[in-house]
Design a binder for this molecule. Structure first.
Ligand code: PLP
Length: 365
């Protein structure tokens, strides 16, 4: 018998590929509106772009050895409510997620997710040969099954993935629900609260993990520069948590993990409150406008706290994606996230949103 050199648990059934780029499209001569990857249509902070220009002569030199400079800037950005020791920086939210999962998951250990969710939670956990337990959300309003989650915890559970606002549903976890979970988990379970869309949330009872981490709760709050900061191509992200967990996870960071341009752009972007607030104000305004348009067209959608809206298309999801593309609008089916039949559409500027609404009008005739 030949010896099998391949790890059987690396043959994953469901993998996450990320949305396609405009370059991968064969549509020629049509203006393309990319509303499929939750990017910031308003670009990136001019201060971040300036910081990149100022560092272009140094591409030949290694960057900082660690994420320390970013962590110091983050502490300042959080008005010193957290110290630099609370943070973990890395080349994207996904990478910090992977570091976290590598630090805590192992063969025979378990984590909990709630369908529909950002697939990398499952995929990266399976890379560690860990078991993924799914406690699905209620599909009528995408609320969490809090008691189901708490009842699924065993001695082997280490990570509990929560996302607020959630991708792909746009739903959020109200403060009361979050506190039920925080107060209900035993000490051996760490909550990963993915808040990469937090800047777009405006519900009164929305909360990030900040107040709880300040109290010393074992939560890892995941953040990214890909969304409101408009820096998806630079791959920069971070998390904040207790100093003990942060130091533990940072042991896994490779030297020179964050490239110079991303690091300098990220630090500059953190200081550009103007760009952040103009982006989030415009997206929230457009979100309301889109609700009106979708209501008018009789398209079912779920209210969103993020920079995208999940809709139930009037025709089969795959056909809808193709027909939208024929009108130059890229949208994302949510089947791979565990919400089959629905479509996630990023909120753009008025021009892109009008193109999207006109494309639906074209489809429904
Ligand atoms: C819920 C959620 N978490 C994390 C990420 C990771 O973001 P990035 O790796 O671009 O920083 C994304 C990206 O789409 C996301 O939707």
């Amino acid at each position: 018998m030949p010896i099998n050199i391949y790890k059987p648990y690396l043959s994953l059934k469901r993998t996450y590929k990320g949305g396609i780029t405009k370059d991968e499209l064969s549509t020629i001569g049509l203006k393309i509106y990319k509303l499929s990857s939750n990017e910031n249509i308003f670009g990136a902070s001019p201060k971040a772009i300036e910081a990149i220009k100022n560092n272009l002569d140094l591409l030949n030199e290694y960057p900082d050895r660690t994420d320390e400079k970013l962590r110091i800037a983050l502490s300042k950005h959080y008005k010193n409510e957290l110290s630099a020791d609370h943070f973990i920086g890395g080349p994207s939210g996904s990478e910090v997620l992977d570091l976290t999962i590598r630090a805590f998951m192992d063969h025979d250990l378990e984590c909990i997710v709630s369908t529909p969710f950002f697939l990398p939670y499952q995929m990266f956990s399976q890379w560690q040969n860990a078991k993924v337990i799914d406690v699905p959300m209620n599909p009528s309003d995408w609320s969490l099954d809090v008691s189901g989650i708490l009842n699924s915890i065993t001695d082997k559970t280490r990570l509990l993935f929560l996302t607020s606002p959630n991708n792909p549903t746009g739903s959020y976890i109200p403060r009361v629900e979050l506190e039920k979970i925080i107060n209900g988990v035993p000490d051996h379970v760490i909550i990963v609260l993915d808040e990469v869309y937090e800047h777009f949330a405006d519900a009164e009872d929305y909360t990030t993990a900040l107040p709880y981490i300040k109290e010393g709760k074992q939560i890892i709050a995941l953040n990214s520069f890909s969304k409101a900061y408009g820096m998806a191509s630079l791959r920069l992200g971070y998390a904040y948590t207790t100093p003990k967990i942060s130091a533990y996870i940072r042991q896994l960071a490779k030297p020179f993990l964050i490239n110079r341009l991303s690091l300098e752009a990220g630090i500059a972007a953190l200081e550009d409150f103007e760009f952040l607030s103009s982006t989030t104000t415009k997206i929230k305004e457009e979100r309301k406008w889109l609700y009106q348009q979708l209501d008018h067209l009789g398209i079912k959608y779920w209210q969103s706290q993020a920079n995208f809206i999940l809709i139930q298309p009037p025709i089969n999801d795959d056909d809808f994606v193709k027909k939208m593309l024929s009108q130059g609008v890229m949208v994302r089916p949510s089947a791979n996230f565990g919400a089959p039949g629905n479509i996630r559409v990023t909120i753009g500027d008025r021009e892109a949103n009008e193109a999207y609404i006109n494309a639906i009008k074209f489809i429904i005739g």
